[in-house]
Design a protein around this ligand. Sequence first.
Ligand code: KIV
Ligand code: ZN
Length: 518
Amino acid sequence: MNRPGSDRERIIIFDTTLRDGEQSPGASMTIDEKIRVAEVLERMGVDVIEAGFPIASEGDFKAVREIAKRIRGSVVCGLARASAADIDRAGEALEPAERKRVHTFIATSPLHMRVKLQMEPEEVLERVRDSVTRARRWTDDVEWSAEDASRSDRDFLCRCIEIAIDAGATTVNIPDTVGYAYPEEFADLIRHIRDRVPNIDRAVISVHCHNDLGLAVANSLRAIEAGARQVECTINGIGERAGNAALEEIVMAIRTRADLLPFETGIRTTEIMSASRLVSAITGFQVQPNKAIVGANAFAHESGIHQDGVLKDAQTYEIMRPEDVGLVKSSLVLGKHSGRHAFRKKLEELGYKLGDNALNEAFVRFKQLADKKKEVYDEDIVALVDDEIQAADQRVRLAELRVECGTGIRPRARMVLEVDGERREAAATGDGPVDATFKAIRAIVPHEAELPLFQIHAVTEGTDAQAVVTVRLEENGRTVHGQSADTDTLVASARAYLAALNKLLTKRGKTAPAALTA
Ligand code: KIV
Ligand code: ZN
């Protein structure tokens, strides 16, 4: 698949942030959040969006269906194990999609077949044929994956692939499920498949690498050089255990090392930062500062020698231009005299398109922030707008908070919440001001959720910086995150807790917050 006039071969970007990414412990997303991520992926030019695992839960099914209804620019894909029930559920969820793919998988390594599947190899071969045949009833676009392919017997793996293609698979995916492969070894496996599978020319070879040894991106790139034409990846590299290959790293490596890699992707790289920020805000997973491409320090130059070099010619220490990944050098720092027009322009620069109501609310919050802070930086605006978007449909909202704390007194919080529009009040004491604040929330909306994570970091430098607070709540195996930013750490803490609590209420479905007080 080449661009007209381009001699570069096109690599298909298959994003699995919403499926494998969401399988990261603690990364679960609501349906609305998944839709927002899918829209950003579509805008970015992702070829295939794996939207979920429809049989896994009612929520997953609905999310895949809603995404299938809305997304037109990308193929929408749903995952299914090698069973008729799984495949039909995926097929039903994908029905509204303009372009759909059913992705079915079964393990092929001796260990997985014996211990997990408790199946003989011959039975697995039969399942491969049956599952792909079943998936073809729903769509012509069927992907088949050999789970734990990198630890499978090569001859057996090749037989599975041949059968999958014979039954109608148009993409065959070779996962390094446990992140065990080594780049040259993995490239050799891809070459072996190309040499030995007689019908391989009828399917696209895909790779799906996990990052347990930090080699997911290297393995993916070597596989491309060896003949893979689809890579599976996630934004910020989130995913099971140590994560998946990071989309932004693969795409920027292909682009930056075009001298070595005669390939191209259809990704609009200028959307990378907004996708990264959105996924981080929704999952509550902070991007480590030194993370390649999207970390806060990825384009920062601290040492004098480096700064001097970059000022003379950016290429001295920059191999990519920050603007190519969507990092706009701030032409405009906002302050309390900035008007609505400048604010709107800044939002556009940062990749946000808000409706009139959301824009008005964000502008009010911006003015409040600008009253407290002399200069409002891009990072402040991003935190503020993400907060606003997250708060849009909340049933439980913070109306007032007063906290007393200091030496010699027991911290005490008095709080008013709006619960489904009704004001409710409580006061509580605690071991510290945050503890008192959270206890006041529990007094108004009683719940048993545990708080395994409470994290604060400053958005920018200085004592007037906004604090971004991330809260994780867990209840009956459900995990949710909330995040909020404010110059007042306690207000940010209360809002972050409420953001998580609101998600928990949504996940519980029908239970009204009022009923929780019984
Ligand atoms: O890692 C893996 O093997 C997977 C498959 C389901 C593709 O995620
Ligand atoms: Zn995986």
